[in-house]
Design a protein around this ligand. Sequence first.
Ligand code: NAI
Length: 470
Amino acid sequence: MAEQINTQVLVVGGGPGGYVAAIRCGQLGLKTTIVEADRLGGTCLIRGCIPSKALIHVAGKFEAMRQHVGEGKLGIRLPAAPEFDLGGAVDWKETVVDKLNSGVAALLKRAKVRAVHGKAVFADAKNCTVATADGDIAISAEHVILATGSVVAGIPSLPFGEHVWSSTEALLQRELPKRLVVVGAGYIGMELGMAYARMGSEVVFVEALDRILTLFDRPLVKPVEAWLKQHGIPAHLSTKAIGLVEDASGRALEVESADGTRQRLPCDKVLVAVGRRPCTQGWGLEKMALTMDGPFVKVDDQCRTSMRGVYAIGDLVGEPMLAHKASAQGEMVAEIIAGHRRRFDPVAIAAVCFTEPELVGCGLTPDEAKAQGHEVIVGQFPFAANGRSLAMQAGTDGGFVRITARADNHVVLGIHAVGAHVSELSGEFALAIEMGARLEDVAGTIHVHPTMTETLPEAALAALGHAIHA
Ligand code: NAI
């Protein structure tokens, strides 16, 4: 007979939304069970954010080493070219993933959360069955937190397979393709495509829209475009992928540009990165009778679904589909179940793209602020004028910090940056906006010298009309 678990809280999905929710539930003394079909950590930790950042790190290291061959650079000269072994890089990446995966398992255990490994299939809103390696487990819960995340979206005419990868396969390869065509110049395509280029593949981008990285505004993306140009990496814009063709002349991706012209881009492999969609199929969501919001599960500002006691968080409930949003919602829902008064109402959620150079967006761009009816003042400060950046070879990529504030009371509405290492500045950007900082608060906070963070008060001063170092 199937084991029966009766639990106060059932969390479905062990990604950064679900596992954080479960840990917080456990901390709050709620009897909690989490179900995960794959490995704890979810897409982010197992086949997304973390492994991609590990490979991007390796790619950067290899590219930097190559610059020291021959004449040398910075007084460092390598007598021979470094060799690259993608298998070795992937093995190292797996050690990082394994460490974090077992860390999550340990945190859940410490919070006294029971982790069940298998796929939950719901019969109704509060009851599911999980087929585990040791047999079926039936789970009945008072509260359910749905955190099933998202799955890759594909192109029907370009099905995933040996030669057509999704981001998942791109993170598992042991051999570098000579020629890689990347379809979709969004977050994933640009991050992984640039990493493969730095590791040594010949990369070509194909993007349906008329520019790359449309999530960020044009001035911000310029240094990334410049990097592509400098490295001779073409981006075919306003161009759609049609399908893979193989003939006597080899394998190629057929693409069609906006005017209907077709051409073939020779390739060994294709990486398709055209977005993700919420994971709503295959686990009985339809049995739960929840109200939907397009492809997403509809929730209110407490992540409550239309069914009493059933919550949904993360990628399942809409944009932005970012791990840190999922975690914040998970923590909040746990506290709501424990009786706290909480609401999900962030002023801004920062987004980072780990391209060359990196991009950060937090809050409103000048154009978005104007579109919302604000009169704005904008200040910008280049990393080329920042000592720490120059001392790290990070000031020459055209990067800058831009701060957007209301003209009347100087409250900061948005902070954006492009440049090497700027991802690490994103926390301060979010803090300033969340705390309702004014330009004077940012400018008046003494920032450590020499650090890249000094560019933020300088940008605030620039908006006020008197930057010191520019
Ligand atoms: P995306 O939405 O960022 O970019 C997809 C791109 O593909 C778009 O520019 C779109 O115009 C293009 N496209 C769509 N169909 C096409 C076609 N047939 N031919 C050519 N181009 C086509 O989606 P992506 O990069 O797959 O990422 C999915 C999500 O994953 C992101 O929205 C983000 O939330 C998350 N993510 C976050 C990261 C981070 O925080 N650093 C990194 C990677 C992903």
